[in-house]
Design a protein around this ligand. Sequence first.
Ligand SMILES: Nc1ncnc2c1ncn2[C@@H]1O[C@H](COP(=O)(O)OP(=O)(O)OP(=O)(O)O)[C@@H](O)[C@H]1O
Ligand SMILES: [Mg+2]
Length: 418
Amino acid sequence: MFLVSESKSTNASNDTTNKSNDTSRSQPVVPVLTSSTTTNAGSSPSTPNLSEELKVVSQLRKFSFNELKLATRSFRPESLLGEGGFGCVFKGWINENGTAPVKPGTGLPVAVKTLNHNGLQGHREWLAKVNFLGDLLHSNLVKLIGFCIEDNQRLLVYEFMPRGSLENHLYRRFMPLPWSIRMKIALDAAKGLSFLHEEAERPVIYRDFKTSNILLDADYNAKLSDFGLAKDGPEGDKTRVSTRVMGTYGYAAPEYVMTGHLTSKSDVYSFGVVFLEMLTGRRSMDKTRPNGKHNLVEWARPYLAERRRFYRLIDPYLQGQFSIKGAQRAIQMVDHSLSCDPKSRPLMSEVVEALKPPNLKDMACSPSQFQAIQIERMASTSKSRTGNRVPAGLVNKEWTTCKEPLNSKWSANLPVSQ
Ligand SMILES: Nc1ncnc2c1ncn2[C@@H]1O[C@H](COP(=O)(O)OP(=O)(O)OP(=O)(O)O)[C@@H](O)[C@H]1O
Ligand SMILES: [Mg+2]
């Protein structure tokens, strides 16, 4: 993800200029500090001064390593929430208003993200960026509460999101996410992106929008995590960096992959991919699928344009419990967001408007419609033998009359929630 260089527009005409000149927003910047010296974490004697300097302008809390060690009970495995490319994430408990660790179950639960040590970018840039991002407050962004920079340790302290990531919920076979929750998550995520692109003090391109970076609170309110920090990983690890430079495979916009030219419309493309994952229940990239169908977007393209057969895209695990009108609109939005020409893609604010209820509230299709869909799906599955996964509830007589009804090879490899 990049922060982009233009200042926030304060009037309508400037806003319009920003939007239309979108492709010029490709220069990464960090917030301006009083000194331009770049130093490395761990070797910089100026760290405390800089931290002091930044504390004045930032809302963020500055933790000591020991405080976070105690808050997470020594980073013990039972506190582990997950692991990403740059380190592990642990659950911890801190004082409501301060940095002191407290007994689990009391105070404020937090997610402590440890960052691998090797080759992190200069601490001044890192800290400056962290401070800038800490000031971005929105109900659809995971709140960055604070940080720790001590010797070569770098940790980030985030608001704890009890239901973890969308990735952990979307592909499970049992109790699939209901349609209405999927639509709500899509709307929340779109609002988060819209804020970063069009309302933040300085426009921010997310660059790594994917299901593992959409986190859910107890009520399934969705918030974006890791915004602004995608570029701050270890530079010593070539694989990881190349992943980061290009975004995550399967989500990155084609023009970005080809030219490296990044605009907010690259995020819109990634949103289209994530939304498609939510509608289909399929991962953006899945090597366990038959050859030629690994890439979700490639597989879906023919159906996106075919309004009449839109239901072939819809996750069979929903068992027909979706809004037909809503699904059509959602697919239209996906199609629009995945336009090959970035200029044809919508602004995220337009996506937000389109996804707002009541547009997608016409739940749900009737039993007879569902039956018709089942029959049609069965016929096409039998014909194409794509190996689409089939929910247990759909394994009826009709399905089992297909020569290859369940494609056991594929269904055995289905991703399950962690
Ligand atoms: N604020 C949080 N609250 C609760 N769980 C979290 C939080 N942040 C992260 N997690 C959990 O930790 C996991 C790992 O997150 P992390 O951001 O490190 O990796 P990732 O998003 O899977 O990959 P990447 O390194 O590419 O961002 C998430 O999938 C989620 O389950
Ligand atoms: Mg992440």
